[in-house]
Ligand binder design. Structure first.
Ligand code: GLN
Length: 469
């Protein structure tokens, strides 16, 4: 599909549809949707914004590209004056006191938020079943999970309920649900997009990125939301994105592409995905793309490194949810009991599992053996990726090991769910940009490149799109 943003922009600016009708139609789709994608529908707010856009059009003003375009926001990202629940009991009534930088940038160019989207609580999960609002259902099959944690966002885009959505990706949460629901989803280079206003899961890994129906829309959005922000010291200025659309790249000699042999050999990988991936590699060779086989350090370690660090960081970040600083308080006989009841009652089993695991690996007597070791391994991993990306421009990988499971199926085995993240977490630990494309593999294909090489990723994605036709 070509840019949906541009298509709707043309309809709005030519007066073929009014913004109020457009937003009304999307709100209706939201209200009627059976996929459980919405934690909060922003009906009044969105309608008011749409009326303003219509007034400007009627007054003969030229509208911006994003003006009047409806979008969704994962419910761990703040929109001032509206609830931000993180799909949790703890923050069920929490009202955002300010807007996230990304959201503010989109509001500044006139885009219209219509929904706070269902997600795994605090980003903890890979199936979007860890939520007080009910599991999100897969856009292609209601019996299957949507993937997580940004499941509501991916399904809204897949069903055309939002034109794009803003998700969060700590260890795969944009890429994997995008893969499961056949849309595009970008995890940008760490630090390229401000995290300010996204509830922290694991701060050294957290990123915000767009989910959309075309490569061009992802490019347009990244251009708007990226850049330096005084509220997030990891961000930096400097755009590497050419302002204009990427021309379709047709010369395969422009790319050297690598893939990790262990990823594809792995017994974890579903046979169908294995065949699809191998077929793609053969096709690329046939087209004349140079293919390089790569070897990473023990791939089994990826999930362990990620979960040690992610749990340690989330245990620290969520310490503020004590019923006093933040969150719904369960009153009790004394302060200590109040802390304990507040956290026992209002956090999910999965979130508690991670807090307990995180505190364990950070505790005296364990941190040297586990937490510090994971940091060393992460540094080695970064170096390994860095070296590989000196020889290749692009690294390809499946997004997930499995096809979307049935709803309820993964809940009894959290460890198996963690293992299914094996292909996404390494790129997160190494701060690299990765785009999921809904091409060749049933549950999506990851295109990764070196830090700040999003432009290279878009070029290659366009090339793949062309040869997939
Ligand atoms: N599934 C991974 C986890 O549960 C990734 C989640 C995320 O990126 N927020 O940690």
């Amino acid at each position: 599909m070509e840019s949906e943003i541009k298509r709707i922009h043309n309809l709005l600016s030519s007066g073929e549809i009014s913004c109020k009708d457009l937003i009304g139609e999307k709100l209706l789709l939201l209200e009627r949707n059976e996929y459980n994608t919405a934690n909060l529908i922003l009906k009044e707010y969105a309608t008011q914004l749409a009326e303003k856009v219509d007034k400007r059009i009627q007054a003969g003003k030229k509208i911006g590209l994003l003006e009047g375009i409806p979008f969704g926001i994962k419910d761990v990202i703040l929109l001032k004056g509206h609830k931000a629940t993180a799909s949790s009991d703890m923050l069920k009534e929490y009202i955002a006191p300010y807007s996230a930088t990304v959201v503010q940038k989109l509001l500044d160019v006139g885009a219209i938020p219509i929904v706070k989207e269902n997600c795994d609580s605090f980003g903890h999960g890979s199936t979007n079943e860890n939520t007080i609002f009910g599991s999100v259902k897969n856009a292609l099959d209601l019996r299957k999970v949507a993937g997580g944690s940004s499941g509501g966002s991916a399904v809204n885009v897949a069903k055309g309920i939002t034109v794009f959505s803003i998700g969060g990706d700590t260890g795969g949460s944009i890429r994997q649900p995008s893969g499961y629901n056949k849309v595009y989803g970008l995890k940008p280079t760490y630090g390229k997009v401000s995290r300010y206003g996204m509830m922290a899961y694991a701060s050294s890994l957290d990123t915000i990125g767009p989910i959309a129906n075309s490569i061009e829309d992802i490019r347009i959005l990244l251009d708007i939301i990226s850049g330096e922000d005084i509220h997030d010291m990891n961000t930096y200025a400097g755009t590497v994105l050419p302002k204009k659309k990427f021309e379709s790249e047709s010369d395969p000699k422009n790319f050297t592409v690598g893939y990790y042999v262990d990823f594809v050999k792995s017994n974890f990988l579903h046979p169908k995905l294995k065949t699809e991936f191998n077929d793609l590699i053969e096709k690329l060779k046939f087209e004349g793309v140079e293919i390089v086989e790569l070897n990473l350090l023990n791939t089994d370690l990826l999930v362990s490194i990620y979960y040690v660090l992610a749990m340690a960081e989330t245990a620290s970040n969520l310490a503020r949810l004590d019923g006093i600083n933040y969150g719904k308080r369960s009153d009790s006989r004394n302060l200590k009991e109040s802390y304990s009841e507040t956290r026992s009652e209002n956090l999910s089993e999965e979130t508690k599992r991670r807090i307990i695991g995180g505190n364990q690996v950070l505790s005296h007597g364990h941190s040297e053996d586990i937490y510090i070791k994971a940091i060393h391994l992460r540094n080695n991993l970064k170096k390994a990726f860095f070296n590989d990306l000196q020889t290749v421009d692009i690294i390809l990988s499946p997004v997930s090991t499995v096809l979307p499971p049935n709803i309820g199926e993964s809940l009894h085995d959290p460890y198996a769910m963690y293992l299914s993240d094996i292909y996404t977490v390494g790129f997160s630990l190494s701060e690299l940009p990765v785009l999921n494309v809904p091409l060749f593999l049933e549950t999506g294909l990851q295109i990764a490149s070196n830090k700040n090489q999003e432009a290279m990723i878009f070029k290659f994605a366009n090339y793949l799109k062309q040869i997939s036709l």
